[in-house]
Write a protein that binds this ligand. Structure first.
Ligand SMILES: NC(=O)c1ccc[n+]([C@@H]2O[C@H](COP(=O)([O-])OP(=O)(O)OC[C@H]3O[C@@H](n4cnc5c(N)ncnc54)[C@H](O)[C@@H]3O)[C@@H](O)[C@H]2O)c1
Ligand SMILES: *[C@@H]1O[C@H](CO)[C@@H](O)[C@H](O)[C@H]1NC(C)=O
Ligand SMILES: *[C@@H]1O[C@H](CO)[C@@H](O)[C@H](O)[C@H]1NC(C)=O
Ligand SMILES: *[C@@H]1O[C@H](CO)[C@@H](O)[C@H](O)[C@H]1NC(C)=O
Length: 385
């Protein structure tokens, strides 16, 4: 009896020892936690050095069952954001950064050949409506053509899941609010058109394969990581095309003399444009839910917004409160191409993915973003390629 007992005890000891060795090996070698290991999803995050992509990478890495490869050519994103993520997740094999241009099909193919991705979150793009009207080719190239490159590589290497960053700009200027997923898409600028074309390519292709596709149409994204690790740091040269939160912060910091609000005679309650502002933390949660719920052979299309429209005047007031600066506001005439009112009906994503925006206090989202801005007066610092 005693001999038997000690035998089984030593067997247990040996088994425990083996398990430890295996676990240590797992920790040491990145290749051992590759995708084939059950329960670990290797996600390619294109544009992961950018504003939303970096927040998404951070969100994915919070769950130990994700590993992330970021591909970005830093044309617009920040190496500083990638470095922060690398510091937060230094364990080998959790986060990989590859500097590459998605327009380079040969390189993209090589990346797919060397990494067995389980899923792609495709954020990389150029994303300024105003710029798109001035440089349409840049938009069709870096949105539509590059999405095609990514899709072809996914097909060639049998990557089964795609989460695509689309936009409410694909709807154009619908006459009926709120915007549902059934609202006809009639984009009115090259940015919206290029994104719509990417969607069409993805949807057509998906009909011929078993790929699981989720298309998320975001409304206006604001805010940043509540723990202050990441922020929004657009290139200074893009300031003139900038989004409203950056413009508010620039005015609050005195980088610009004030904020220019274009258009006060729209058919809205206070005459200024109405938009649906979605906090980036809620947005990246939607991506994780989309990834978890993606089904082979199915395309899910979802608006990601709060369902609440806020006027530019409301936004400016919230920004003044969040920054504590009495920003000077100039009210000017309308900017061509702007539409009066845009807000989402987010009930489909609530019903199907159990997602709801809950960071819906504009001032709170802006306070978090402002805190990061103040602590990072030069953004992430000079971008090191
Ligand atoms: N910010 C918004 O309000 C908003 C709204 C709707 C949709 N979107 C979409 O979300 C996605 C991310 O937007 P963002 O605001 O984070 O923009 P961003 O400019 O901060 O990030 C885009 C990233 O893509 C990278 N990139 C661009 N072209 C590349 C290329 N050829 N090769 C490799 N990398 C490349 C850039 O370097 C950058 O890091 C975009 O697809 C955008 O259209 C954004
Ligand atoms: C990034 O990619 C684009 C093509 O999509 C290319 O034109 C540009 O030069 C690249 N930028 C850098 C910094 O590599
Ligand atoms: C996008 O494409 C154009 C070519 O049309 C290129 O010149 C540019 O550098 C590309 N990249 C970005 C980020 O604009
Ligand atoms: C839906 O989401 C909420 C909040 O995240 C969660 O508490 C709840 O359990 C979820 N319900 C289902 C059915 O998954």
């Amino acid at each position: 009896m005693d001999i038997l007992k000690s035998n089984s005890t030593s067997r247990i000891l040996v088994a425990a020892l083996l398990l430890t060795v295996v676990l240590i090996l797992f920790k040491l070698s990145p290749d051992l936690i590759s995708p084939n290991v059950e329960g670990v999803t290797h996600v390619l995050v294109t544009g992961g050095a950018g504003y939303i992509g970096s927040h998404a990478a951070l969100r994915l890495l919070k769950d130990s069952y994700h590993r992330v490869t970021i591909v970005d050519n830093l044309s617009r994103g920040n190496m500083g954001a990638v470095k922060i993520l690398q510091k937060l997740f230094p364990e080998p094999g959790r986060l990989q950064f590859i500097y590459a241009d998605l327009g380079d099909a040969k390189t993209v193919n090589k990346i797919f050949a060397e990494n067995a991705f389980d899923a792609v979150m495709h954020f990389a793009a150029v994303a300024y409506v105003g710029e798109s009207t001035l440089e349409p080719l840049r938009y069709y190239h870096n949105i539509t053509s590059n999405s095609l490159v990514v899709l072809e590589a996914m097909a060639a290497h049998n990557v089964k899941t795609l989460i695509y960053s689309s936009t409410c700009a694909t709807y154009g200027e619908p006459t009926k609010m709120p915007i549902t997923e059934e609202t006809p898409q009639m984009p009115i600028n090259p940015y919206g058109k290029a994104k719509k074309m990417s969607e069409d390519i993805i949807i057509d292709f998906s009909k011929t394969t078993n790929m699981a596709v989720m298309i998320l149409r975001y409304f206006n994204v604001i805010g940043s990581d509540p723990d202050g690790r990441l922020g929004e740091a657009p290139r200074p040269e893009l300031r003139e095309h900038g989004r409203i939160s950056s413009a508010c912060f620039d005015a609050a910091r005195g980088i610009t003399p004030g904020l220019k609000v274009r258009g006060t005679d729209y058919k809205t309650a206070d005459g200024t444009c109405v938009r649906d502002y979605i906090d980036v933390t809620d947005l990246v949660d939607a991506h994780v839910l989309a990834l978890a719920n993606a089904k082979p052979g199915k395309v899910g299309i979802y608006n990601v917004g709060t369902g609440k429209g806020r006027s530019v005047k409301e936004f400016v007031e919230a920004c003044k409160k969040a920054t504590g600066v009495d920003i000077k506001v100039d009210y000017l005439s309308r900017r061509p191409g702007d539409y009066a009112e845009v807000f989402s009906d987010p009930s489909k994503i609530r019903d199907e993915l159990n997602w709801t925006a809950w960071r819906t206090d504009l001032q709170e989202s802006l306070e978090i973003a402002w805190k990061w801005q103040k602590a990072h007066l030069n953004g992430y610092g000079p971008s090191m390629a």
